[in-house]
Design a protein around this ligand. Structure first.
Ligand code: PAF
Length: 317
């Protein structure tokens, strides 16, 4: 497939400007009309000084920024990058665009594309392994380069996907189009479930998990259990390939504090339910034993409870 230079300015709304949303929105704003929607402090910092991206990418981006969907917005694309537990509420705020825009989810966990497609007509599901840390209001660090995959979820054509891929490529985000996005979502889920809870509980950046022999052993065992569940769910995955991929993601994002660790650091609710919870629930359906995933699920839930989870921290980091 040819990669065309995009000349027309495209209107893009990014709902959930945490680390990942700000990263995609910030880079796209270099060529397009992008509005980031997020929390007050971040939005006010972006409005005053722009969005500082440091690390593997170094720019100061100048997207529009707002706390609500601006009146008169007519987005061609809506990126949904909220935390997965907020997707249903997000779609209430975005229903005005449900018929005309293409919705793109890059969220962690399972179930987001289904939830979006209950309201929106045209949906692209995607995964990204870029490691991005929210440094503070107006600032993110691109800690690791990773693969981005996009695929049709509902009523999008091959040419819509190619257009989106080219939009991203044009601002330096390499994305691949897949014809089997469900397998991709399961693969990403396995990678996430094998890194995030361990990083969160051990309180270490991703790279430490693969450098520490004991932690690496846990990662591999968690990954094995999760892969068996993914296979039972019909995903076309291979145990050795996923083990290798998970280790590669952890190495490439070595300096990154995984999103679940960033959430616990800030005493915010985590996505354990959409990530490890999805694996534990599917394992129950298929009567597969997943003792490690079940333990990690219980332990992260306990950490959240101990923090008496604060509300309002709803964007994907
Ligand atoms: O959630 C995250 O932090 C990321 O998905 C990943 C790939 C684990 C890298 O930190």
């Amino acid at each position: 497939m040819e990669c065309a230079r995009i000349t027309r300015i495209v209107e893009i709304l990014v709902f959930g400007a945490g680390a990942i949303g700000s990263f995609f929105g910030g880079l796209l704003s270099q060529r397009h009309d992008v509005t980031l929607i997020g929390r007050a402090e971040h939005i006010s910092a972006v409005k005053s000084h722009g969005l500082r991206v440091s690390g593997k990418t170094s720019i100061i981006a100048k997207p529009h920024a707002a706390m609500r969907v601006p009146q008169g917005a007519k987005p061609d694309f809506v990126f949904v990058t909220t935390k997965s537990y907020d997707t249903a509420n997000t779609m209430i705020a975005l229903r005005a665009f449900a018929d005309r825009a293409i919705f793109v989810t890059l969220q962690n966990g399972l179930g987001n594309a289904e939830t979006i497609a209950r309201t929106a007509r045209r949906v692209v599901a995607g995964t990204t392994a870029h490691g991005v840390t929210f440094v503070g209001p107006g600032e993110i660090r691109h800690a690791g380069v990773g693969e981005t995959m996009i695929g049709a979820w509902s009523r999008v054509s091959e040419s819509d996907l190619v257009r989106l891929r080219d939009l991203l490529a044009d601002v330096g985000i390499v994305a691949s189009v897949t014809s089997d996005i469900r397998t991709e979502l399961w693969s990403k889920l396995v990678v996430n479930a094998s890194i995030n809870p361990i990083a969160a509980l051990a309180e270490v950046p991703n790279g430490r998990i693969v450098r520490d022999k004991l932690l690496l052993g846990v990662l591999e065992a968690v990954c094995r259990e999760a892969t068996a569940v993914a296979k039972a769910e019909g995903a076309r995955v291979d145990e050795e390939e996923l083990r290798h991929r998970t280790i590669l993601v952890a190495k490439r994002t070595a300096a990154n504090r995984a999103s679940m660790l960033q959430d616990l650091d800030r005493h915010h609710r985590t996505e354990i339910d959409a990530i490890t919870g999805s694996i534990v629930r599917a394992a129950e359906r298929h009567r597969i034993s997943v003792p490690l995933n079940a333990s990690l699920y219980a332990l992260v839930r306990a950490r959240e409870a101990a923090f008496r989870v604060t509300s309002g921290a709803n964007v994907r980091d």
